[in-house]
Design a protein around this ligand. Structure first.
Ligand SMILES: [Zn+2]
Length: 120
């Protein structure tokens, strides 16, 4: 029985160990009952590095770093970019995924017990 549940393109939860895992390299990112971002590498980017000025002058179409920062999150095991956030400077990171691990385990167990499920 597979005890891993895919949550996003690059994140899964291992129900047995109750840990977030990288879906690419299986690196254990952190406890599934906590924010997965705490176990990832962060790169706080100047938005002008990603969206450079298109024209000269104050209104250049480049994001103003006084109003926006881009935070990229990477797997420490394989370097896969897992998530990106656009935040005002000084804003705390968002806790965007909070899983009821007990409910997920119960749902997974019920599905595995169904005919044709992943039961043992
Ligand atoms: Zn990885």
């Amino acid at each position: 029985m597979s005890a891993r549940v895919r949550m996003t393109e690059y994140l899964e939860i291992d129900l047995e160990s109750e840990r977030w895992r990288c879906a690419v390299c299986e690196h254990a990112i952190g406890p599934a009952r906590e924010d997965y971002k705490r176990g990832l590498l962060l790169y706080d980017r100047d938005p002008r590095d990603i969206y450079p000025a298109r024209i000269d002058g104050e209104l250049s179409f480049a994001p103003d770093p006084r109003w926006c920062r881009i935070v990229e999150f990477y797997c420490p095991g394989c370097g896969t970019q897992v998530e990106t956030e656009y935040l005002p400077p000084g804003h705390p990171l968002t806790h965007d995924i909070e899983i009821d691990v007990d409910a997920l385990k119960a749902q997974h167990a019920a599905h595995a017990a169904e005919p044709g499920g992943e039961g043992e």
